[in-house]
Ligand binder design. Structure first.
Ligand code: AR6
Length: 176
């Protein structure tokens, strides 16, 4: 499902974040050390190969709400933007921190002339953020920032299950 807001297309699809061949940048739901892990981080590091950990090392550790950019190595993309989401029920101001992740990732994309970026549902796996709340934060943040975007033209959300895809599609439908 797609929606266009001010010349920017927002897409929601079911898929694997490590297989987004037509996107310039993919976002990693990272850990603070920017190392491989489970879920998204595992898929991204497996796809990119060991050079990704090597390049990431110089930026680690990052704090919740922060984002950094690296190359994508063997992934079919030019860049990986690594975001550390909040751990639900543990980090304070988790809604603000999750918002910061989307905001900083888009700012970094703008600074690097990136036209297309794919996000996973940051913090909604191992970090336990309830998917509906996280979806509303992701979509409202993106919508808020769209008027300031000059380079980014496509923002894709890649969901891992039909359930999560349906939640995103409903929320995108209702986004005005
Ligand atoms: N493509 C797209 N989405 C995926 C994929 C994939 N290949 N795999 C899982 N998801 P998570 P977090 C979904 O746990 O909650 C890691 O171990 C998943 O269903 O990857 O931010 C890191 O090392 C969920 O909806 O990220 C960190 O320690 C969403 O992506 C920690 O987990 C995010 O799940 C980060 O936890």
């Amino acid at each position: 499902m797609n929606k266009k807001i001010h010349q920017v297309v927002i897409e929601c699809i079911k898929g694997d974040i490590a297989e987004q061949k037509d996107m310039e940048a993919v976002v990693n739901a990272a850990n603070a050390e920017l190392q491989t892990g489970g879920g998204v981080a595992g898929a991204i590091h497996r796809g990119a190969g060991p050079k990704l950990e090597k390049e990431s090392r110089k930026f680690a550790p990052i704090a919740p709400g922060e984002a950094v950019i690296t190359g994508a190595f063997n992934l079919p993309n030019d860049f990986v933007i690594h975001c550390l989401g909040p751990v639900y029920g543990q980090d304070n101001l988790e809604d603000k921190l999750l918002r910061d992740c989307y905001k900083k990732a888009l700012q970094i994309a703008e600074e690097n002339n990136i036209r297309s970026i794919a996000f996973p549902a940051i913090s909604t796996g191992a970090f336990g953020y309830p998917i509906k709340e996280a979806t509303n934060i992701a979509l409202s943040t993106v919508k808020e920032l769209i008027p300031d975007l000059r380079n980014v033209k496509v923002i894709r959300f890649v969901l891992h299950s039909d359930k999560d895809l349906n939640i995103y599609q409903e929320a995108l439908n209702e986004l005005v």
